[in-house]
Design a protein around this ligand. Structure first.
Ligand SMILES: Cc1cc2nc3c(=O)[nH]c(=O)nc-3n(C[C@H](O)[C@H](O)[C@H](O)COP(=O)(O)OP(=O)(O)OC[C@H]3O[C@@H](n4cnc5c(N)ncnc54)[C@H](O)[C@@H]3O)c2cc1C
Length: 496
C-alpha cells in the first residue's frame, strides 16, 4: 500500500492549489483524480478576482495566469459593475481566463513540485483510525495517509462518506450552459425575459478598452435560464434548442456541442470543514450560484489557508489544534459568499418590483463608499480573519509593499514565494529576535516609506513590525516592542 502524509481527493483548482502548497511545505502528497488528464470539457469558471491573483503572486506564479488571460474590471454585484481600479493593490483588476486554462497552468506549477498524481481512478471510500486514514481507490488499491482532504467538488464523496452534513437551500432557478457551433451568427450579449437572464458569447474573446470583443465565427457559449428548475439528469441538445427558441425565437442552427450542462443556485455549506483526519475544501465544502464568479476563487483561497497549517501539523512543528483554525477562518468566508449569491440571485429575478429594487441597489452602488465596500467583498480583498482586537492589519491581507532592505529593493510578496512565514521588522534593525523559530520563520529588517492603505478601510497607522503567515495574512502587529510576538509565533508556528 502506497503511503503519503496527505492524500487529496480531486485535482480541480482547489486540489491542485492545495497540492502545491503542501509540496512547498515539504509534505509528501498524493492526489487522486478520476479524470485521465487535466483537460476539462467546457469552460466553467470565467476567471480570477484580485485577491486570488494576489495569492498566486505570493507564490511567484501570477504572471503565468496574467500572460494568458484578459485583465479587466470583473467585479460586480447582481450585474452591477464594480470598478476596483483605484484600490490599493498591485492588481486592481480581475482576470478573464477560462477554468480549463486556470487548471492547466496550476497543473503545470504542481508538475514542477514533488507531487504524485494518481489519475483515472476515484476515491471510493476510506476508514480513519487514530493514526491515519486508509483511502480506497476504484482500481482496488488503497493509499495510507495521515490526512485525507476532500477537494472532490460539490458532490464530494469524501464529505458524504464522512457523514458531514451539508445544510442549505434547494435550487430556485436553473440554467443550461453549453458550448456549441451555430449555423447562423447569433445576437451576442445579454437578454432578459420573464424567465430571467440569458446570454450568448464566444469562447474566444479579447477585452479592448474595457469592452469584450468577439471575432466572427467560432464556438458560442450559450446560457439560457429555464422557466422552471430543470431535472438533475444531463441536459440534451434538443432541450438546449428548445430553451433557445423559447427566448430568442430561433436556435440559430445549433450543432456539434462540445459541452452541455445545467447549473442551479443550490446553496449549501458543509457544517464542519474538519472531522478528525478528514478535511474539506473548495466546492466539496460550499456550493452556490455562480453569480459573481466566486466559487473557484474561494476554493483556491481555502487551499492556501489550509496548506501551510496542515504542513506544520504533519511535520509535528504545530499541534493538531491548528487545523481547527481552518474551519474557524474559512467557514465564515464561504458563508458570506453564500449569502451574497443568494441576495444577487434574488435581485436578478425577472419581476417589475425586483427590477425596481435592482435599480435602487444599482444607485446605491454608484456611490463611492458602498462601491468600495462591495467591490472589496466581491474581489476578496476585504477578507478579515478574526484574530482578536488590535491594529486593523491584524487578520487582514498584507499589502505587497515595495520595501528597501540592506540588499536592495524587495516586494513583500517575493518573501512569501516559499510559503514560509515572515517577521518584517520595519523599526530599528536588529530590534526583534526570533532565534527559537529561526528554522521556521524568516526575519527581515526593512524600511518602507509610503502610506499604509487597505481596500475599503483606507489609511491605517504604519506598524513597526508585522508577522505575516504563509497565506499572506497578518498574525501580529508590532508597536515598537515585542509584546505578544512570542505568543503569536507559538500559536501559528508551534512552540519554540
Ligand atoms: C457555469 C459555472 C460558472 C462558474 N463561474 C465561476 C467564476 O466565474 N468564477 C469562479 O470563481 N467560480 C466559478 N464557478 C465555480 C467553479 O467552477 C468551482 O467553484 C470550482 O471548479 C471548484 O473547484 P474545486 O476544485 O473545489 O472542485 P471541482 O472543480 O469540482 O474539482 C473536483 C475534482 O475532483 C474530481 N473528483 C470528484 N470526485 C472524485 C473522486 N471520488 N475521486 C477522485 N476524483 C474525484 C473531479 O474530477 C474534479 O477534477 C462556476 C461554475 C459553474 C458551473
Amino acid at each position: 500500500m502506497a503511503e503519503h502524509a496527505v492524500v487529496i481527493a480531486g485535482a480541480g483548482p482547489t486540489g491542485l492549489m492545495l497540492a502545491g502548497e503542501l509540496a512547498l511545505g515539504g509534505v509528501d502528497v498524493g492526489v487522486v483524480e478520476q479524470r485521465a488528464s487535466q483537460d476539462l470539457p467546457g469552460s466553467r469558471a470565467g476567471g480570477l478576482h484580485s485577491r486570488t491573483i494576489e495569492v498566486l503572486d505570493q507564490r511567484g506564479i501570477a504572471d503565468r495566469f496574467l500572460s494568458e488571460g484578459q485583465v479587466a474590471q470583473v467585479a460586480g454585484f447582481a450585474g452591477v459593475s464594480l470598478d476596483i481600479s483605484d484600490f490599493p493593490t498591485r492588481h486592481p483588476y480581475g482576470l478573464g481566463l477560462w477554468q480549463n486554462h486556470i487548471e492547466r497552468i496550476l497543473a503545470g506549477w504542481v508538475g514542477e513540485l514533488a507531487v504524485t498524481i494518481y489519475r483515472r481512478r476515484q476515491v471510493t471510500g476510506f476508514a480513519q483510525g487514530d493514526s491515519g486514514v486508509d483511502v480506497e481507490l476504484s482500481d482496488g488499491q488503497s493509499l495510507r495517509a495521515e490526512y485525507l482532504v476532500g477537494c472532490d467538488g460539490g458532490r464530494s464523496l469524501v464529505r458524504k462518506a464522512a457523514g458531514i452534513e451539508f445544510p442549505g437551500w434547494d435550487p430556485t432557478t436553473s440554467s443550461l450552459l453549453a458550448e456549441v457551433e451555430m449555423a447562423e451568427e447569433p445576437e451576442l450579449g445579454m437578454r432578459r425575459n420573464a424567465f430571467g437572464i440569458h446570454s450568448l458569447g464566444k469562447v474566444e474573446y479579447e477585452i479592448r478598452d474595457g469592452e469584450v470583443v468577439y471575432t466572427d465565427g467560432g464556438t458560442v457559449r450559450v446560457m439560457v435560464t429555464e422557466p422552471d428548475v430543470g431535472p438533475t439528469s444531463e441536459p440534451t441538445l434538443r432541450q438546449l434548442s428548445e430553451g433557445l427558441i423559447a427566448v430568442y425565437g430561433t436556435d440559430y442552427g445549433i450543432h456539434s456541442p462540445t459541452w452541455i450542462t445545467r447549473f442551479t443556485d443550490m446553496t449549501r455549506q458543509a457544517a464542519a470543514y474538519r472531522q478528525g483526519r478528514i478535511l474539506l475544501a473548495g466546492d466539496a465544502a460550499h456550493v452556490h450560484s455562480p453569480v459573481g464568479g466566486q466559487g473557484l476563487n474561494t476554493g483556491v483561497q481555502d487551499a492556501v489557508n489550509l496548506g501551510w497549517k496542515l504542513a506544520q501539523v504533519v511535520q509535528r512543528t504545530a499541534p493538531e489544534s491548528l487545523l481547527d483554525t481552518y474551519h474557524a477562518e474559512r467557514h465564515p468566508v464561504a458563508a458570506r459568499v453564500l449569502r451574497n449569491t443568494m441576495a444577487q440571485v434574488a435581485l436578478m429575478r425577472a419581476d417589475d418590483r425586483i427590477e425596481a429594487l435592482r435599480d435602487t441597489v444599482s444607485d446605491l452602488l454608484s456611490m463611492d463608499e458602498p462601491r468600495r465596500r462591495f467591490a472589496a467583498m466581491m474581489s476578496g480583498l476585504d477578507i478579515h480573519y478574526d484574530l482578536g482586537e488590535g491594529h486593523p492589519l491584524l487578520g487582514r491581507r498584507m499589502p505587497d509593499l515595495d520595501l528597501v532592505t540592506a540588499n536592495g529593493p524587495l516586494r513583500v510578496f517575493a518573501l512569501l514565494h516559499d510559503a514560509r512565514p515572515v517577521l518584517l521588522n520595519l523599526g530599528e534593525p536588529g530590534g526583534l529576535d526570533i532565534t527559537p523559530w529561526a528554522d521556521r520563520a524568516q526575519l527581515i529588517d526593512a524600511k518602507y516609506v509610503g502610506d499604509w492603505e487597505l481596500p475599503a478601510l483606507g489609511q491605517v497607522a504604519a506598524p513597526a513590525a508585522v508577522l505575516i503567515r504563509p497565506d499572506g495574512y497578518v498574525a501580529w502587529v508590532g508597536d515598537g516592542t515585542d509584546t505578544g510576538l512570542r505568543d503569536a509565533l507559538t500559536t501559528w508556528f508551534g512552540s519554540p
